[in-house]
Design a protein around this ligand. Structure first.
Ligand code: KIV
Length: 273
């Protein structure tokens, strides 16, 4: 019988082994990821960009998320699946957040992820107290792209870094199981990783996080920006590495990503801030 994926995650954390996470939205890729041994699959609301062609994640709905979560769960029944809560599904009140989180769990996720600190700490505490494992997401939070003024690194000033540290500690104390840190200076991510109990998963957050996440289409080098814009106007973010360029198949590219995260050759300094 397969081990419970949460148990596997706890073992990796206890052993200090780096955790590999990739985004996925369908059964075929999910099956490949499970066969190659990806530790955690994230059904990210990045699907609004990479599947739907939008230039942000703001129009993703619960129906989109549950549909893709079911597909991923069908392809990877033995892997820890984290599903994103889309904009508008968790901010208004805790009851609605719990109902939507449970809908994602019933669709096949083992954990839900949502963005932000501050008031969201109480949402995390509420979901956890009702038996829903939570992954927090701090630093650059794509659902707040308009408020943040674009795709920008967060935590560069002492004040903003301290706010992220405070939110990370509060989320840890609220009982979350994991914390994604997106686009923050590597030194800040390292400090947070050493301060909190739960594993940190970085994307553009340096090599000292407990694990790494990439969007699958970025790992394969096939994302060229919003559907209505020319690929010539698109520049990949600094934290992206095209693993397919260096390998002969999608399977090999995923395997190379796992190896590079585990041996800490990815992310290199050139992928970090
Ligand atoms: O939606 C997503 O893919 C994410 C990752 C970028 C962390 O949240």
């Amino acid at each position: 019988m397969q081990e419970n994926p949460m148990k596997t995650l706890n073992k990796l954390t206890a052993a200090g082994e780096k955790i590999t996470m990739l985004t996925c939205y369908d059964a075929t890729f999910a099956k490949l990821m499970e066969l190659e041994g990806v530790d955690v699959i994230l059904v990210g609301d990045s699907l609004g960009m990479v599947l739907q062609g939008a230039d942000n994640t703001l129009n993703v709905s619960m129906h989109h998320m549950t549909y893709h979560t079911k597909s991923v769960a069908a392809g990877a029944p033995n892997t820890l699946i984290v599903a994103d809560m889309p904009l508008g599904s968790y901010e208004h009140d805790n009851e609605a957040a719990l109902k939507n989180a449970q809908w994602l769990i019933k669709s096949g996720a083992s954990m839900v992820k949502f963005e932000g600190g501050g008031d969201r700490v109480e949402t995390a505490r509420y979901l956890v107290s009702h038996g829903v494992p939570v992954c927090a997401h701090l630093g650059f939070t794509p659902q707040s792209v308009n408020q943040l003024g674009g795709y920008k690194i967060q935590g560069k000033t002492a004040v903003s870094a301290q706010k992220i540290i405070n939110d990370a500690k509060a989320m840890d104390q609220a009982g979350v199981s994991m914390l994604v840190l997106e686009m923050v200076p590597a030194a800040l991510a390292e400090k947070i990783t050493n301060l909190i109990k739960v594993p940190t998963i970085g994307i553009g957050a340096g090599v000292h996080c407990s694990g790494q996440v990439l969007v699958l289409q970025d790992l394969l080098g096939i994302y060229t920006g919003p559907a209505n814009k020319s690929p010539n106007d698109f520049k990949s973010p600094r934290f992206v590495r095209n693993f397919l360029q260096e390998n002969n198949s999608i399977q090999e590219a995923i395997a190379a990503y796992i190896t590079a995260v585990k041996d800490q050759s990815f992310p290199a300094q050139e992928h970090s801030y």
